[in-house]
Design a protein around this ligand. Structure first.
Ligand code: SF4
Length: 242
C-alpha cells in the first residue's frame, strides 16, 4: 500500500477510535447503524439552496452575506481595538439547529471560523454521535470579535454585539438553538445561574427553543461531563425528529 494511503487510513482509524471512546465515556453502548439520514440531514440535502432570509419570506430584507459585510467594519464596542478580523459564523443558512458559543479565541480568529482546533474536533465528534455534519447546522458566537487574553466577553460587549446574533437567527430561522457553555448561556438567558443548573432543560431565546449544555472545552478538562452533554443533545435529536 502506498505510504500516503497507509497514513490516511491510520488517521481515519484513529479518528474513529476517538469518537467511539468519547461515546463510551458518555455512556453510549449502541449506535443506530441504519443508513437512513436524520430529518435534519435529509432536509439539508433536499433544500433548494436558498442563500438567506430573503428566500424565506419577502418581508426579510437581509441576507447573511449583507450582515457579514456590515460586521467587518463594526465599531460597536471596545473589542474593535483588539481584533484582527471578525468571526461571523459558518454553516447551513437553512439550518434547523444553530450552535452558539461565547466569543472567538485566538485560533478561531486566525482561521476566521468558530470551533476549530481541539475543541472543534470534539464538537465534530458530538455532531457525529448526533448523526449530523457541520454542513447540516450553523455555528456562531454570541460576540463576534475576540476579547483580549481569551477572556470571556463583558456585559457591555454582549449588549453591543447581540443584535448581530439576533439578526443572524432571524435570517436563518432555526427551529432550535444549542448554547455551548456557561458564559454564552448566561448571557443569552440573562441569568447568573450556573450551566450545571441550566443544562438539560429547554429555555427560549428570541422566541426560539434553546437547550443549554456544556462547552466542548469544558469536556476536554472534565471528560465526565460528556454523559450530561449526551443527555442534552439527545433531547435536541428527539426534537429534530419530531
Ligand atoms: S464585538 Fe461585536 S459589537 Fe463589538 S466591535 Fe466586534 S462586531 Fe462590533
Amino acid at each position: 500500500m502506498p505510504d500516503k494511503l497507509y497514513q490516511e487510513c491510520r488517521t481515519l482509524i484513529s479518528g474513529c477510535r476517538a469518537i467511539f471512546e468519547d461515546l463510551r465515556e458518555a455512556g453510549v453502548d449502541t449506535l443506530p447503524l441504519s443508513s437512513e439520514k436524520t430529518p435534519v440531514a435529509s432536509q439539508v440535502e433536499n433544500a433548494s439552496q436558498p442563500t438567506g432570509g430573503q428566500e424565506r419570506g419577502s418581508t426579510v430584507p437581509e441576507t447573511l452575506a449583507d450582515l457579514q459585510q456590515e460586521l467587518t467594519s463594526c465599531q460597536g464596542c471596545a473589542l474593535k481595538k483588539h481584533r484582527t478580523r471578525t468571526v461571523f459564523g459558518v454553516g447551513n443558512p437553512n439550518a434547523r439547529l444553530v450552535l452558539v458559543g461565547e466569543a472567538p479565541n485566538t485560533e478561531e480568529e486566525t482561521q476566521g471560523e468558530p470551533f476549530v482546533g481541539e475543541t472543534g474536533q470534539l464538537l465534530d465528534r458530538i455532531l457525529f454521535a448526533m448523526k449530523l455534519r457541520r454542513e447540516d447546522i450553523y455555528i456562531c458566537h454570541l460576540v463576534k470579535c475576540k476579547p483580549p487574553n481569551n477572556r470571556g466577553p463583558e456585559t457591555a460587549e454582549v449588549a453591543a454585539c447581540e443584535d448581530f446574533l439576533k439578526r443572524q437567527l432571524k435570517i436563518i430561522a432555526p427551529e432550535m438553538i444549542l448554547s455551548l457553555g456557561g458564559i454564552a448561556t448566561q448571557a443569552l438567558l440573562k441569568t447568573d445561574d450556573s450551566i450545571s443548573k441550566l443544562r438539560g432543560r429547554w429555555q427560549t431565546y428570541a422566541g426560539i427553543p434553546l437547550m443549554p449544555t456544556f462547552h466542548p472545552a469544558d469536556l476536554l478538562e472534565n471528560p465526565a461531563g460528556k454523559y450530561q452533554v449526551w443527555e442534552d443533545v439527545k433531547q435536541v435529536m428527539h426534537r429534530l425528529q419530531d
